[in-house]
Structure formats: C-alpha cells, structure tokens
Design a protein. Sequence first.
Length: 85
Amino acid sequence: MAPGRFGRERFDALAATSGGPGREVEVGGAMFACHKSPEGAEEACAGWLAVAGVEHLGVRPGPTSRATGTFQCLVASFDPLSMPA
C-alpha cells in the first residue's frame, strides 16, 4: 500500500482515536500519531489535537492550550477521512 494510504482496518483503528460529545475517548485510549514522529516514539498529531483533542480525555487541552503551526487542510472531524481512497 502506498505511503499515506490505509485499508479499512487502519481507518477503523484511527477512527477510535476521535470521539465526540458524550462519546469521548477514555483516558489511556489510543492517540492519532504525527506522520513525522518516528515509529516507537510517536507523538500526537498537532492537527488532530486541534480538531479532535478536546474529545479525548487523555489529552483534553486546557482553556489556554493552543496547537501551533499552520494547518492548511484541517477537517471538522475524523468522519470525512474515514473512507479510504
């Protein structure tokens, strides 16, 4: 499979990292990793934190937290990404 392309099983696993109001991801739940972090030392994706972090109880940002950087292609939720190309 080409880099950046995932099958249905991977999309399902990634979807489990993003909750919603009333269905937040529990403390200790998986996080969406940054594609630039090395395998085995993954860090949370800044774009994911900005969009979905508030619905993950393990990383819920405080009122003064802000993701930094320029996000040219953020989506409102994981749902638009959940269908593999």
